[in-house]
Design a protein around this ligand. Structure first.
Ligand SMILES: C[S@@+](CC[C@H](N)C(=O)[O-])C[C@H]1O[C@@H](n2cnc3c(N)ncnc32)[C@H](O)[C@@H]1O
Length: 310
């Protein structure tokens, strides 16, 4: 596996500038996806496809490769998310299934207090560090140093967004974590891959500036649509602005864009304009954009989530 960066931060990271309120260049890391990737990746054909995806925790990238993607490019506004993604990809190559779970899950799989293995520093030094890029090493050292090399304290700190961070939820959300067999399948598939990581907001990515331009078959925007009110800094009509931006930046005739992930559909209190089915229908119709919706069971009990595809 080869990992390449575009727009790598040259300055040393200052953890004091960690933004815990917004998504910015140094903000909290998601350790694992918050979506039911196991539920919705089945609705999409990844086989031999080129993918552009939010990097986040790295899980979209790994699951896409597990599902047969040819090329994967990850983007994220948060530089720490890209460093963590690199760490996870390197860990997939170097750790066995149980070791990987124990290293990344917030608590030891079997017992919360007995074995404090999360982000264990010895595992980092002995098995992961050697394959990290210079920048990732520098950043991970800084993070560990801030917590006296206590990985458990780091993993449970506000460097991570630990809301809803629950071992079984995280395992169930990811196809590659379902069993040792699935993990090995992902490990095998990632071996010969080149993964590109872009430190950028989605608005500033210019596909034509990337070497493998105009070849994306699938674009995964995660649930960025939940935050567009703040991104566009307006009270209304932000969904339209978002859709216009992503169409302008990304849409080619055959590109499928998963433009929104909606949690727990069927509620009446809409967090974002995208949650309102009548409003989104109106906006898509006005823009003359056809879209489909796929619903699936959430990893949260008795809930249904869905994705919007354009
Ligand atoms: C939307 S968040 C939420 C977690 C997500 N549902 C998952 O399953 O990983 C995922 C990632 O999107 C990134 N992000 C948020 N706004 C962004 C933007 N405008 N451009 C690029 N990345 C963004 C965040 O930094 C974060 O790492």
């Amino acid at each position: 596996m080869i990992i390449k960066y575009i727009n790598k931060q040259e300055k040393q990271i200052n953890l004091k500038s960690l933004d815990t309120e917004n998504f910015s260049s140094i903000s909290q890391i998601y350790s694992f996806t918050t979506e039911n990737i196991s539920g919705y990746f089945k609705c999409i054909d990844f086989e031999n496809k080129n993918i552009l995806t939010v990097a986040g925790s790295g899980d979209h990238i790994i699951n896409a490769i597990y599902c047969g993607a040819k090329k994967v490019v990850g983007f994220d506004i948060n530089y720490l998310a890209l460093i963590f993604t690199e760490l996870k990809l390197v860990a997939l190559e170097n750790l066995e299934y149980e070791e990987f779970l124990n290293y990344f899950l917030i608590n030891e799989k079997s017992d919360i207090n007995k074995n404090r293995n999360a982000l264990n520093y010895e595992i980092y030094v002995n098995k992961l560090e050697k394959d990290l890029s210079h920048k990732a090493k520098e950043c991970m050292e800084l993070l560990y140093k801030d917590f006296d090399n206590d990985g458990y304290a780091l993993r449970n700190s506000n460097i991570f967004n630990n809301k809803y961070d629950n071992n079984s939820l995280k395992i169930n959300s990811n196809l590659y974590l379902k069993s040792e067999f699935e993990f090995k399948k992902a490990k095998e598939k990632i071996k010969d891959k080149e993964i590109i990581l872009i430190n950028s907001s989605y608005q500033n990515i210019r596909l034509k500036e990337l070497s493998n331009s105009n070849t994306y078959d699938i674009i995964l925007m995660s649930n960025i649509s939940d935050y567009i009110k703040n991104i566009y800094n307006v009270k209304t009509n932000y969904l339209e602005k978002y859709i216009v931006d992503i169409i302008y930046n990304f849409k080619k005739s055959n590109t499928k864009i998963v433009c929104a992930y909606l949690y727990n559909i069927g509620q009446d209190n809409y967090r974002s304009e995208v949650d309102n089915p009548l409003l989104r229908k109106k906006i898509f119709n006005n823009l003359n954009i056809t879209y489909t919706e796929e619903s699936f069971t959430s990893v949260i009990k008795n809930c249904v989530d869905s994705i919007i595809i354009i």
